[in-house]
Design a protein around this ligand. Structure first.
Ligand code: OSB
Ligand code: MG
Length: 367
């Protein structure tokens, strides 16, 4: 896979509406995009999922940019024939999975184009669409009800709502029972670690299909207690950064399933191993989002279409977070589903005008 040139683009786009949770009030999305080219001019696109500051994960836009420039881009100019081989060559690097995943994504996009295949076909997926899913942040119960109603009208069947211990369980139960056709998942982002177990038990009674990350990432005692003693199945999100973490979920009986964020575990290859482990050990798994642009969304859609991914993931329409995404192709929900791109590679192209407006800085290297 001879790489001729690499371009990094640091981009920033305001969110259509602030994404406000217990953890952070996000008003704009900053990210690093990577564009690689081979000697025939074919391109590969990658997108990093790290945020501007370390409020959700240790890696940030700055750390990703720095590791890419200092360590990973030079490795792109070495000799390798497949993305797997590049990953193996780079395996001496500790951590920095989001930086690695950015390169891995660009390599898969380019490699699939070189093979004249869609990334979905290349990885052996047989599904051309997956179930969509939306995340709802809210301040008042009226706002929650209104957003759920709008989501149902768009066609979403799976709704993830952000919860905290200060919400009223009876009000949440009422919202759930008012929308009997929808599947509700609650994401607590670790907020129940700081309150009494009685408070959590009240939320366990609400009737959510799943509760995501009720306790902090390493609060395994509590997760194990809720998983083995209570009724609502638990999914772990922040706790899952590697296959080893998923193996702990099985061996220590911590949860019913996991949220797999490919960018957080290092990309497609580690995601594939995790999905296989989940299949062999009856763990539920869904592909989670991190307020991503369309490059990462397209990549994640292909991964979500693999056999073994058995819960609808974070796949909302392109205009849910933005007025206009940085890619050309819009992602839409049709009958509750979203199509997995089937053009060569990941299947998306940059929108030149939107990109130009979003670019903060660029970095270019040639072999
Ligand atoms: O906890 O799943 C989370 C966004 C940023 C950081 C953490 C999370 C989220 C989401 C967004 O819930 C899901 C999406 O991108 O659709
Ligand atoms: Mg989550």
């Amino acid at each position: 896979m001879k790489i001729k040139s690499v371009k990094l683009m640091r981009v920033k786009i305001p969110l259509k509406h602030p994404f406000s949770t217990q953890l952070q009030h996000v008003t704009e999305r900053e990210s690093i995009l990577m564009l690689i080219k081979d000697s025939e001019g074919r391109e590969g696109l990658g997108e990093s999922v790290a945020f501007s500051t370390p409020w959700y994960t240790e890696e940030t836009v700055d750390t990703v940019e720095s590791i890419l420039k200092k360590v990973l881009i030079p490795e792109l100019f070495t000799s390798f024939t497949t993305p797997e081989e590049w990953v193996t060559n780079s395996s001496a690097i500790k951590g920095n999975k989001m930086a690695i995943a950015t390169v891995e994504m660009a390599l898969w996009d380019l490699y699939a184009k070189q093979q004249q295949l869609s990334f979905r076909t290349l990885i052996g997926s047989e599904k051309s669409e997956v179930e969509a899913g939306i995340v709802v942040t809210w301040q008042t119960i009226e706002e929650l009800r209104e957003k759920v109603k709008q989501a149902e009208q768009v066609g979403y069947r799976r709704i993830k709502i952000k919860i905290t211990p200060s919400n009223h369980p009876s009000e949440l139960s009422k919202v759930i029972s008012d929308f009997p056709r929808l599947v509700f998942l609650a994401d607590a982002n670790g907020s129940f670690s700081n309150v009494s177990s009685e408070r959590y038990v009240a939320f366990d009674q609400i009737g959510f299909h799943w509760i995501e990350q009720p306790f902090k990432e390493k609060d395994w005692q509590k997760s194990r207690w809720a998983h083995t003693q209570l009724k609502t199945p638990i999914l772990l999100d922040e706790s899952i950064c590697s296959l080893a973490d998923v193996q702990d979920v099985t061996e220590l009986q911590l949860a019913s399933g996991i949220v797999l964020k490919p960018g957080r575990v290092g990309g497609y290859l580690p995601s594939r191993q995790i999905i296989e482990w989940c299949q062999q050990h009856q763990l539920a798994v869904y592909i989670g989002g991190m307020i991503e642009f369309g490059i990462s969304k397209a990549f994640n859609l292909a991964i979500a279409s693999l056999k073994g991914v058995n819960i609808p993931g974070d796949f909302s329409e392109s205009h849910h977070f933005w007025h206009q995404d940085i890619i050309d192709e819009p992602f839409l929900v049709e009958h509750g589903k979203m199509r997995v791109p089937d053009a060569y590679g990941i299947g998306v192209t940059l929108h030149p005008f939107i990109l130009q407006q979003a670019i903060v800085s660029t970095y270019h290297v040639e072999s």
